[in-house]
Design a protein around this ligand. Structure first.
Ligand SMILES: Cc1cc2nc3c(=O)[nH]c(=O)nc-3n(C[C@H](O)[C@H](O)[C@H](O)COP(=O)(O)OP(=O)(O)OC[C@H]3O[C@@H](n4cnc5c(N)ncnc54)[C@H](O)[C@@H]3O)c2cc1C
Length: 466
């Protein structure tokens, strides 16, 4: 590995054996929108080594880009501009340090993948309920730093709600030990909450104590046909009222998404002979003694009577449930197969969802001939609103429209009290959006916090705050 003189000097100040080769994987992100660069890649083995790396970078005034699984969708993990940074990978901090099944707590290092954390919980008869399609690669440090969401937020909350405490290296190079296992701890400013969602701009999370939940005794999955997003929300309300907190997932799938699945994955069996305009995938988890199938049947009958649901299937076996979930999980893959013009991860107050879908559809139609795949965690008001070329046209043809389309969609979301980033974060992709739509007082408080904790500006510069 050929290093320039400055990186050579920095490398001599790092702990023995932390350096890695600069493999191309460290410089990429899933959508290929950003290309990273690195002067050095370091993978410390513990918080002490991590702190030593940060101190050396601070002395050398070299930027640090933390890297987890690299699955982030807003370019926070890749820095392509400015002097080449040191990439600090958590890949060697992979211990589950402790599990306390009776307390419902796991203490895991940041490089543990979400899948490993979920398995670790399952091994002691509990669940770590955060669930994302990227969980095989996404790491605990990454999901906390982006405050990831996924399919179970409706019942269990996002990453923030599932974290009790963190161990972190602050930009000063000191280790903050705050790995508490407490549900109640009102002792001043919550630095854990500052680090969660900070996308590596305020320090490195090296370990976390995580909330484990009981596994519901009974669970069931159904896919129900609704004739509009408004009907989907009526169904949600009915389901919430009948299941008393037992709805664990409530996902919207559009007819366009089903047609994309037909062309990208013709072997995936779809439960309905035609392609309805809107489907809801619902999962429930109930206490012992209650039948999930019975509860879903009761919901189906009540929703049919109310004219909210037109058709539906209830999985009779775990295998059938997994097949229904496979349809939802393949939607983003089918999208990638078609190739989006622009993707939006937005959230809205629930009652604004139908109006937004109607108005945004009309706005997009007025801009040109496009296909819309609107899907996602509608139970949380979180939609993935993605635009695709009309059949037979190339996405390059839409390049002149792309930025304006995204701006108009985000404007419509913000006007309805929504967010231009529901669960993916800000990163580099949406730093300008935050500048534009963030409350100015909040932005200036964020800058003051950044300046106080990271006065040299070495932690992931250009991410979150432009
Ligand atoms: C197929 C697919 C499906 C996805 N589905 C979802 C979904 O349903 N919901 C959702 O919310 N997201 C989803 N994502 C986005 C992504 O998986 C999440 O943002 C995830 O939390 C990123 O974790 P990571 O370990 O890959 O982090 P990375 O991509 O490596 O990093 C993300 C950000 O966190 C910072 N960071 C990473 N580790 C640390 C650390 N230890 N300390 C400080 N900063 C750190 C990085 O610098 C970067 O800014 C999906 C992505 C893909 C590719």
């Amino acid at each position: 590995m050929m290093l320039n003189a400055a990186d050579e000097a920095l490398s001599r100040r790092l702990p023995q054996g932390v350096l890695r080769d600069i493999a191309p994987d460290y410089l990429q992100e899933p959508r290929g929108g950003f290309q990273g660069q690195a002067g050095l890649v370091a993978a410390p083995r513990d918080a002490g080594e991590c702190a030593a790396v940060i101190r050396a970078c601070a002395e050398a005034r070299v930027a640090v880009v933390p890297r987890g699984g690299g699955t982030g969708l807003v370019g926070g993990q890749v820095m392509g501009q400015g002097p080449a940074p040191l990439i600090l990978s958590l890949e060697r901090m992979t211990a589950i340090r402790d599990i306390f099944p009776d307390e419902g707590v796991m203490v895991a290092e940041s490089g543990v993948t979400l899948q490993q954390a979920r398995q670790g919980a399952a091994d002691v008869g509990r669940q770590f309920p955060l669930s994302l399609a990227s969980q095989g690669s996404a790491q605990i440090g990454g999901v906390l730093s982006t405050n990831a969401g996924g399919v179970n937020v409706l019942r269990y909350g996002n990453a923030r709600a599932l974290c009790l405490g963190v161990e972190a290296v602050l930009p000063s190079g000191q280790v903050m030990h705050d790995l508490k296992r407490l549900r109640k701890d009102n002792t001043g400013y919550d630095l854990r909450d500052l680090l969660i969602g900070a996308e590596g701009t305020l320090g490195i999370i090296t370990a976390a104590s995580l909330v484990l939940a009981p596994v519901p005794a009974e669970s069931g999955v159904a896919m129900l046909v609704v004739n509009s997003p408004a009907a989907a929300l009526s169904l949600l309300s009915l389901a919430q009222a009948r299941m008393a907190g037992g709805v664990t997932a409530f996902e919207l799938i559009s007819g366009q998404g089903l047609r994309f699945l037909d062309s990208a994955f013709p072997d995936l069996r779809q439960p309905f002979s035609s392609r309805p305009d809107w489907l809801v995938l619902i999962e429930v988890g109930l206490p012992a003694g209650l039948s999930a199938d019975g509860a879903l049947e009761g919901l189906f009958i009540a929703a049919s009577k109310a004219g909210v649901v037109q058709d539906g299937v209830i999985a009779q076996t775990g295998r059938q449930g997994a097949d229904l979930w496979a349809l939802r999980e393949h939607v983003p893959l089918a999208n990638r197969h078609v190739g989006a013009i622009a993707s939006h991860d937005i959230s809205l107050p629930l009652s604004e969802v139908p109006g937004f879908i109607r108005d945004a559809g009309a706005m997009v139609a007025a801009q040109g001939d496009m296909r819309i795949n609107c899907f996602g965690h509608v139970g949380d008001g979180n939609l993935h609103y993605n635009l695709f070329p009309a059949e037979g046209r190339a996405r390059e043809e839409y390049e002149p429209l792309r930025r304006d389309l995204s701006r108009m969609i985000h404007e419509m979301v913000v006007a309805r009290g929504g967010s231009f980033s529901a669960e993916h974060g800000v990163g580099r992709l949406k730093a300008a959006d935050l500048e534009r739509w963030g409350d100015p007082v909040r932005l200036s408080a964020m800058r003051a916090i950044k300046g106080a904790l990271d006065p040299l500006g070495i932690m992931n510069p250009g991410a979150v705050l432009a």
